[in-house]
Design a protein around this ligand. Structure first.
Ligand SMILES: [Zn+2]
Length: 85
C-alpha cells in the first residue's frame, strides 16, 4: 500500500523543509492572521478577514506572503537558502 501523502507529489525536491505558515499583517488595519501557504502555487490575492481589503503583492514580490507575511513563500525560501550556500 502506498502511504505517501498526496501533498508530497506536488512539492519539488527541496534541500530543506520550507516553513508553510506565515503571519499575514494587513497594511490597512494592522490585523494579523496566521495562514498556511500553498506549496504548489503562489497566492496572489488575499482578503483581510478584518477590513476585507483585497491585498495584492507589492511590485517585485511574487505573492502576498512575500509582501505582507512574516515568512516569505516556500519558493522564495528555497531561493534564499540556495543563495546562502
Ligand atoms: Zn485589514
Amino acid at each position: 500500500m502506498n502511504s505517501v501523502p498526496t501533498w508530497n507529489r506536488c512539492v519539488k525536491k527541496m534541500p530543506f523543509e520550507p516553513k508553510l505558515q506565515s503571519t499575514l499583517t494587513c497594511p490597512h488595519c494592522g490585523h494579523a492572521k496566521l495562514e498556511t501557504m500553498p506549496t504548489d502555487a503562489c497566492q496572489w490575492y488575499y482578503e483581510c478577514s478584518a477590513c476585507h481589503t483585497l491585498l495584492k503583492p507589492e511590485t517585485g514580490d511574487c505573492c502576498v506572503f512575500c509582501s505582507y507575511g512574516s515568512v516569505p513563500c516556500p519558493s522564495v525560501q528555497v531561493q534564499q537558502q540556495q543563495q546562502q550556500q
